[in-house]
Design a protein around this ligand. Structure first.
Ligand SMILES: [Zn+2]
Length: 362
């Protein structure tokens, strides 16, 4: 027993020192830049999306650095008015093994009435409006040389050129939605109109291999909102609001890592959480996603039975175990799957067949 506790002590010590070696990495991506002005609020007063996004990004980065110092590495995709390809932005995040990717943009509409903030995660365009936003943001690739080769013939103007979830983003979707939910919640707190968390096929999000969101902070096509997001006060408020979400996300991230360390020193699981499931919510345990079609028989899944296989629009098969409206029941299923060797399996939540963050259902 004494030996065991010494061992546990060293495991914790090792985990903590290891955790200190690799700081949390956040990549802040100021949309557009250089000859790509982004959405134009006013030509006369030179109100361009690219300038607003850069300013807000720098403010956000500074807030993070001031609070976290060397515990968080802040990486910008750009700190000056220069053009960067969408793939180039994602590459910066991937190369630096980022833990979170935040892309900052401004919205625009042919009508002047729409206003408010919305945050996107990668997914299918569920509505024509979402497609319009993705189309506008994706069409910057037309300014890149060789875009046809780089993006394998992707046509930003065609709704049929759908970008579904990639294998990598699928694994991070839940965390992306959680962060996006929180960004919208904080925007509401500072009096912005909450247009919600949405899904659409953004190229820049498809290419990243970590939780990623694209924030449309407000409309430059709406007079009052344009004035707000272009003012120092407005940009500062928006940056602070996003920072608060970053802060919660980081704390949650640390807690999750802490939970891993703590669970190695105790065998007692905390099972007394009571959860009332909301209407229409179904939980499943995602075991794996693969391009391969696999027979659902239990011998292919380490003895687990009643496996479900769903093919997403990208042709990727998602394999899940368990299906229940009770969160505590699905936690048990997850424990069982982990016991069978699916160490990285995670719980997903669906509402009327659409992925939602697990946190939002609790
Ligand atoms: Zn944009």
């Amino acid at each position: 027993m004494r030996k065991l506790s010494f061992l546990t002590f060293f495991i914790i010590l090792f985990s903590l020192s290891f955790a200190q070696i690799k700081p949390f990495v956040v990549v802040i991506d100021a949309g557009h830049g250089g000859h790509d002005k982004g959405a134009i609020g006013s030509t006369k007063y030179a109100i361009y999306e690219k300038n607003i996004t850069l300013d807000v990004s720098k403010r956000l980065g500074k807030l993070i650095k001031d609070r976290y110092g060397s515990n968080v590495k802040v990486i910008y995709t750009r700190t000056s008015d220069k053009f960067i390809t969408l793939k180039g932005r994602a590459n910066i995040a991937n190369r630096n093994h980022a833990d979170l990717f935040i892309s900052i943009h401004c919205n625009s509409n042919a009508k002047t009435s729409p206003y408010g903030s919305e945050t996107y995660v990668l997914g299918l365009h569920r509505s024509a409006d979402n497609f319009e936003v993705a189309k506008r943001e994706n069409s910057v690739i037309l300014l890149e040389e060789d875009y046809k080769v780089t993006y394998e013939g992707f046509d930003p103007n065609s709704p049929e050129s759908v970008i579904g979830l990639t294998l990598m983003q699928d694994a991070h979707l839940d965390q992306s939605i959680e962060f996006a939910d929180d960004v919208q919640k904080h925007f509401t707190n500072i009096g912005r109109k909450n247009r919600g968390v949405k899904q659409a096929g953004f190229l820049v999000l498809r290419e990243t291999a970590m939780p990623s969101v694209l924030i449309e902070i407000g409309f430059v096509s709406n007079a009052a909102e344009r004035q707000f997001i272009n003012s120092s006060k407005g940009k500062s408020k928006i940056a602070k609001s996003i920072f608060q979400s970053f802060d919660s996300y980081k704390k949650e991230f640390d807690k999750k890592n802490g939970v891993v360390i703590a669970s190695s020193s105790t065998n007692t699981a905390n099972n007394n959480t009571q959860v009332t499931s909301k209407e229409g919510i179904v939980y499943k345990v995602q075991l794996m996603s693969s391009k391969k079609w696999i027979n659902k028989k239990s011998s292919n899944f380490k003895g687990l039975q009643d496996i479900e296989r769903v093919q997403n629009d990208n042709g990727i098969y998602i394999y899940t175990y368990g299906k229940t409206s009770s969160y505590s029941a699905i936690k048990k299923k997850q424990k069982e799957a982990r016991g069978k060797g699916y160490k990285d399996c995670f719980i997903i939540a669906l509402k009327n067949g659409e992925r939602v963050s697990v946190k939002s259902t609790l």
